[in-house]
Design a protein around this ligand. Sequence first.
Ligand SMILES: [Zn+2]
Length: 62
Amino acid sequence: MSIEGHSTAPGANVIAEHYCCVAGCARWGSFGFSQSKTVETRWWCFEHYPYWDEIKNRSNSK
Ligand SMILES: [Zn+2]
């Protein structure tokens, strides 16, 4: 439920490489998003990251 840079959670699977999941894009996936803890986190580069609005909404609701 959060934007994960580097997971520091104990026991978490360390994902050594996660590039942008958009086909044809070879950039590093700096921005991860997971619908829930049971859903595998997907990664996008800055340009392709589709959840900017969600981030804004979350920060606005604080
Ligand atoms: Zn990309």
